[in-house]
Design a protein around this ligand. Structure first.
Ligand SMILES: C[S@@+](CC[C@H](N)C(=O)[O-])C[C@H]1O[C@@H](n2cnc3c(N)ncnc32)[C@H](O)[C@@H]1O
Length: 348
């Protein structure tokens, strides 16, 4: 198969992050989880818009590695610090420009993450409700205190995940919290006509600020969702951020993640001068992105005391049939659960 071929466009590859839902240019046909259209005859590559589970050849992998190594010339520390200190300002600028026009609703959510759909029965009833209610003090003033199922989305942007959850999951006990460190994004969520304060609470929060409080106590969330968010953090801040989130989960609660995988098209498109550190880059608009391996994510979650339910790489070949371009996407999808009985820290 040919080496990765970057399509035309900017250095941002997350405009359509996630599985392709339609299987014709105009259709809206839901595909099964991770898709089942496999390219067996390379001559047929331009016959469909996307191919699932694409195997990379050794040459293709070696070419990708070489490209990444060539670009691995980190920017000076002062520049790096500036991107880190002003990270939320760059995202504010992004949302001031694009408002809610950039990311698409993550309708694939319920195929990949049935935990978010109504009556999945996976988490919401798994921990005695009485214990959780005690933690929440049943305080009427705090949002979602009387809910029986609590989901938190971190890095919610303008709500492309939250609103589909609220629309699809009609469980009367459901309450959805969502946060982003961009106040512009959170404002766009709150002013969306679909924002219902009875069922949802949006707030400004920096995931990497592990001292900052969340509006829920530890041990009270059923599901935490991270969609193309962890990759925006400085790699040095990822472990502490995941540890902090893990504390918010109930025993049996689950953290769901979908994010960029190593050698995704978006990584290979970066030109020299955009690299911050290994596999970590800054886009032209000042926002940053890291490209993970499955092992790195496994390490982060295990270190936070969570157990693997799923850790998959989703390699897809997207095709622009009009322009005859091929785009090799690599995404990683993880589900990690908090054990029902927490491991004691000192063995024996
Ligand atoms: C690629 S966008 C994804 C948005 C949304 N999850 C979606 O799928 O449409 C990344 C989002 O993460 C947010 N973000 C980045 N770093 C963050 C941090 N440290 N704390 C909270 N949000 C952050 C950005 O403001 C942006 O909204």
């Amino acid at each position: 198969m040919a080496a990765p071929h970057a399509g035309a466009g900017a250095d941002r590859g997350d405009a359509e992050t996630g599985p392709v839902l339609s299987d014709s240019s105009s259709g809206d046909v839901k595909r099964p989880q991770f898709g089942t259209r496999f390219l067996t005859d390379p001559r047929q590559v331009f016959q469909h818009n996307a191919w699932d589970n694409v195997e990379w050849t050794e040459e293709q992998e070696a070419a990708a590695k070489k490209k990444v190594l060539e670009n691995n010339q980190p920017l000076p520390t002062e520049k790096q610090d500036e991107y880190d200190n002003r990270a939320n300002e760059y995202w504010n600028d992004f949302y001031t420009i694009h408002e809610n026009r950039f990311f698409k609703d993550r309708h694939w959510l319920f195929t990949e993450f049935p935990e978010l759909a109504p009556k999945s029965g996976l988490n919401c009833a798994s921990h005695p409700q009485k214990e959780v209610t005690a933690l929440l003090h049943n305080d009427d003033a705090s949002p979602g205190s009387s809910a029986s199922c609590r989901i938190l989305e971190v890095g919610c942007g303008v709500g492309n995940t939250v609103f589909p959850i609220l629309k699809t999951n009609n469980d009367p006990g459901l309450f959805v919290y969502c946060c982003d460190f961009s106040s512009t994004a959170v404002e766009l969520v709150k002013t969306n006509p679909e924002y219902d304060p009875e069922r949802c609470f949006a707030f400004v929060h920096d995931l990497s600020d592990v001292e900052a409080n969340y509006p829920v106590p530890d041990g009270t969330l059923d599901v935490i969702v991270l969609i193309f968010v962890l990759s925006a953090l400085h790699p040095n801040k990822m472990q502490a951020s995941i540890n902090r989130l893990a504390r918010l989960l109930k025993p049996g609660g689950v953290m769901l993640l979908r994010d960029y995988g190593r050698y995704d098209m978006a990584q290979l498109r970066f030109k020299k001068g955009r690299c911050l550190s290994e596999n970590f880059y800054v886009r032209g608009d000042g926002t940053r992105v890291y490209f993970f391996t499955q092992d790195e994510l496994h390490e982060l979650y295990s270190e936070a005391g969570l157990e693997k339910v799923q850790n998959m790489v989703d390699r897809r070949l997207q095709v622009n049939r009009g322009k005859q371009l091929t785009m090799y996407r690599v995404w990683i999808q993880c589900k990690y659960r908090k054990p029902l009985v927490e491991q004691s820290e000192t063995p024996g």
